[in-house]
Design a protein around this ligand. Sequence first.
Ligand SMILES: Nc1ncnc2c1ncn2[C@@H]1O[C@H](COP(=O)(O)OP(=O)(O)OP(=O)(O)O)[C@@H](O)[C@H]1O
Length: 426
Amino acid sequence: MCLLLRMCTKPPLILNFSGTTNAMSDDTHSAVPSDKPAPKIAFSTLDLSSQVARALADMGFEHCSPIQAKSLPYSLSGHDVLGKAQTGTGKTAAFLIAVFEDLLRQPAPEERFAGEPRALVIAPTRELVMQIAKDAAAIGKYAGLSVQTLVGGMDFNKQMQALHGQFVDILVATPGRLLDFCERREVYLDQLEILVIDEADRMLDMGFIPQVKRIVRLAPRKTHRQTLLFSATFSDDVLRLAESWMFEPVSVEIEPETVATDSVEQFIYMVSGDEKLPLLCNLISMPDVKNVMIFANRRDQCRTLYERLRKQGYKVGLLSGEIPQGKRVKTLEAFKEGSLQALVATDVAGRGIHIDGVSHVVNYTLPEEPEDYVHRIGRTGRAGNTGQSISFACEDDAFRLPAIEELLGRKLKCELPPEHLLNYDN
Ligand SMILES: Nc1ncnc2c1ncn2[C@@H]1O[C@H](COP(=O)(O)OP(=O)(O)OP(=O)(O)O)[C@@H](O)[C@H]1O
C-alpha cells in the first residue's frame, strides 16, 4: 500500500488548533518548526477512536505532551515520522497511539496467518520491550488487538506457543530474538503495516545495525509500510540511514536547543578514583536521595560496585546484560516498588526505562558515548518531575566531558564535591 493510498484510506485528522493542518500540506521533508511551544491539546479534541480515547482517559492522560501534539497529526495521517524529544516526554505513547489508530482504522487482512504481525515495534533492551508492551496493553485496553513480546533470555518455546495461540496484531521485540523467529519461519514480516523503531539512534549504531538492516529487509518496501522512528538523540549518520528507510519522512523535533532534559539539574564532581566510593555512599545516605540509579560503563565495574555497596549494608540491585532475564525483571520490579535504595546498572538500563520517583542518577563513570549521558540522566526528571544527576569525573574519564558538552551545546560546571560528602568513614 503506497503512502498516498495509506493517507486516502484514513479519515483525515481534525485538530483543534490552527496552523498544524496547513503545515501538513507543506513540504513534508522539512523539520516541523519548533520555535513556538506546542499548543496544549486535549486528547478529547483529536479524532481518536473511542477505544483509544477511553483507555487514555483511564490512564489519566488528558493533554498531549509536546511530542505527541506535534507528531500525532502526521503519524495519524499516514506519514513516516522521525520524532525527537527529550527523555521522559511521552514518546512511547506518541507512537503507540499512532499504531493502535492505524490498526483500528484499517480492517485486518482477510487472509492472515499466525505469526504475521500487522505492527512491529523494535527496541534495544528486553526491559524496554516489556515496558512498551505494558504501555501498549494500557493504551490498547479496549482495542481488542493482541500484543505479543519477543525478547532474548526468555524461554523460546513458551514465546512460540504464545505467538501461535492467536493472531498477533502488534509485536514488540528485541532485534536478536525477532530474527531467530524469522529465521525459523515462525514470524513473517511481509504483512507489516507499520514499523516502529524506538531508541532509534541506539538501534542504528554499530552494535545493532546488521540486525536492524535484516529486519527492515524482511518488511514490506518503505512505500508499502508506515515507519516511525523515535529517540531523544540522533547523530547525523543515524539520521541519514534512518531517512533512507523512510518515505518522505516528517521530522518532528521538540526543543532541539536543549538535548538533555531541562528538568534535571546536572552536577559534575571532579574527584580522584579513591574518592568515588565514599562519595557515592555518602550521597545515597542523604535523606532527599530516594531512588538512585548508578551507572558504570562495564559489567565488571557494575558488579564490583554492587558488591561493595552491599557489603556496606546498602539495599542495592544490579542490572546488566549478563544477568538472567528472570532476575533482571525481579530486580527492576523491586527497585520500582521501592524495596531497593539504589540500582547499579550498565547502559542496558540507560534508555527508555521509566521508573516513577527516581530522584538521582549517578554516573560513577562517564559514558563512552556522549548520547548515553543524555539517556542516563533522563531516567530522572521525567513526566513533569525534577531530578538531579551527579557525574563523577576522575582523571580516567574526565576526558569524555568535552564530547558530552558538545552534544549538550553548553559547558557543564565542574566542581569539587561538597566537603560533607567526602568523609572517609565508609
Ligand atoms: N499525555 C500524557 N499525559 C500524562 N502522562 C503522560 C503522557 N504521555 C506520557 N506520559 C507518561 O510520561 C512518562 C514518560 O513517558 P515515556 O516513557 O514514553 O517517555 P519517553 O519520551 O519515551 O522517554 P525515553 O526517551 O527515556 O524513552 C510515562 O510515565 C508516561 O506514562
